[in-house]
Design a protein around this ligand. Structure first.
Ligand SMILES: Nc1ncnc2c1ncn2[C@@H]1O[C@H](COP(=O)(O)OP(=O)(O)OP(=O)(O)O)[C@@H](O)[C@H]1O
Length: 465
């Protein structure tokens, strides 16, 4: 529909001609030239704006252009959130839960940024009728048109805004992936090629049963880390952070890793250190991990990592501690991407045999103990599994039993999964705790059988025995 302003604009050329013919000589005598030129330029800018067109091409120097990619994401969100253009294209893969709609070729999307009105159009330039070029793919680019007066604002403020917003959207929409050497079906682990699957682990910090204080400080630490890109650059440090998560089996180490990945929207690269046969294999697999990822090395206590200077030259395992440290310092320092490394162990006491250099700040920045169930953690699990949010009459008894028996959150979770009746579930926990208390107090059972500290160092131990 024609607005009043558009109607006036369409009459403007006729109006201008009339003014020039009728009033031109009078105006020339009455108004100084400089003033009349100024007024005329305002009039012209308003009714006959001059446009600037910026072309943003898909490829520059053989790599996909960052602004083009950001614009695709930014406009996708625009057309999903606002009235869509007449034509757009949608696609969906089996793993996506909703269709993704993109701007179609030759279609326009209007955006407003402060006082600036911008028009985006996706164009494609074919190879025309030049037969020698016809095998080349068509060149795609965005045409961004706006009032010439805003050139500086568009380049200095609007385009950076598009880049920032696209990064935010990508983070929000990111599908988290779990990479593993074992996932690479059909390929032997020793090729060092990652296979991946979508991580659909529902763990979140809210549902995690652990000390509330520790949980808060870990969450704050992660948030501070991801928001400090400029700080790391300023102080000349690699943008990486290391965590050591330790605790007995079933205390939630893997659940915590999934919660960290979900919180940061980081991919997880998981590998069993006993599959790494050489430093070069380690370097290659770490180099092929992406930015914004968490590298998880489980059961570090099982690693064949001799202390520096004590490496055996003839060892089958050419993978050494120095190799690991070199990769952690060298590789990550040079690529400038944000990375987190997480080591886990069930036996922190066994780490003494590893070089302390591995655990100094800068390599491992935070130690995270995961413990047997405490009363706070127990209440959290009762709230998650059974919706018990008030104090329960059995809580006093359970707290008393916790003083003499060690039970993991996994064992409690298992009891809570058996029934939805809170009274029955809590009674079952009381029974488990009583049994454990008897076991702990019994004198005729060897210590090793009292604790189910089964070793996770499967490969190494078996090999040695
Ligand atoms: N702290 C916890 N908070 C919530 N759930 C937990 C916690 N610890 C364990 N669980 C529950 O127990 C299950 C097993 O826990 P998880 O695999 O995370 O333990 P783990 O310490 O990594 O064990 P392992 O050392 O044997 O790998 C989880 O799927 C989860 O349901």
């Amino acid at each position: 529909m024609f607005t009043l302003m558009e109607a006036l604009k369409s009459l403007a050329p006729w109006f201008t001609a009339a003014v020039v013919v009728l009033l031109g000589p009078v105006v020339k005598d009455l108004i100084p030239t400089a003033v009349s030129n100024y007024l005329f330029s305002i009039y012209q800018d308003y009714f006959f704006p001059q446009f600037t067109v910026i072309n943003i091409e898909e490829y520059g120097d053989f790599t996909r252009d960052q602004i083009y990619e950001a614009a695709t994401t930014y406009l996708r969100k625009k057309i999903n959130d606002s009235p869509k253009p007449k034509r757009f294209r949608c696609r969906k893969t089996i793993k996506q839960n909703k269709p993704i709609c993109d701007i179609a070729r030759e279609e326009e999307v209007i955006d407003n940024f402060g006082d600036i009105r911008l028009k985006w159009k996706l164009r494609e330039e074919g190879t025309g009728n030049q037969p020698h070029l016809q095998t080349l793919p068509a060149k795609k680019f965005f045409e961004l048109t706006f009032d010439k007066r805003f050139e500086k604002d568009v380049v200095e403020s609007y385009l950076p805004h598009v880049l920032d917003r696209a990064e935010e959207i990508q983070r929000e929409e990111k599908v988290i992936k779990l990479y593993s050497l074992e996932c690479n079906l059909g390929m032997p682990v020793t090729t060092g090629q990652w296979g991946s699957t979508i991580l659909e682990h529902p763990a979140t910090f809210d549902k995690l049963a652990m000390s509330p204080k520790l949980k808060r400080s870990l969450k704050d630490d992660l948030d501070r880390f991801v928001n400090r890109k400029e700080w790391y650059k300023k102080v000349g440090r690699a943008w990486k952070r290391g965590y050591l998560i330790y605790g007995p089996p079933g205390t939630g180490k893997s659940t915590l890793i999934a919660a960290m990945a979900n919180h940061l929207k980081f991919d997880i690269y998981f590998f069993d250190i006993s599959n790494i046969t050489s430093d070069s294999m380690l370097r290659n697999i770490l180099l092929s991990s992406s930015n914004g990822s968490m590298i998880v090395i489980e059961d570090i206590d099982c690693a064949q990592l001799e202390k520096r200077g004590e490496e055996k030259k003839d060892s089958y395992y050419e993978f050494t501690l120095s190799g690991l440290l070199n990769v952690m310092d060298g590789l990550w320092s040079s690529c400038g991407d944000e990375r987190i490394i997480v080591f886990t162990t069930n036996h922190k006491d066994l780490l003494d045999r590893l070089d302390p250099a591995l655990f100094r700040p800068g390599r491992i920045d935070m130690h995270v103990p995961m413990s047997y169930c405490t009363m706070d953690a127990f209440k959290m699990l009762a709230s998650t599994y059974l919706d018990v949010n008030e104090d329960h009459r059995l809580y006093g008894q359970i707290e008393g039993l916790f003083a003499n028996a060690e039970v993991t959150p996994a064992e409690i979770a298992e009891e809570f999964s058996r029934t939805e009746d809170p009274d029955a579930a809590l009674k079952a926990v009381v029974e488990v705790l009583k049994k454990k208390t008897k076991l702990e107090n019994a004198t005729d059972i060897p210590y090793s059988e009292k604790r189910l500290h089964f070793s996770s160092c499967r490969y190494i131990r078996n090999e040695k025995s």
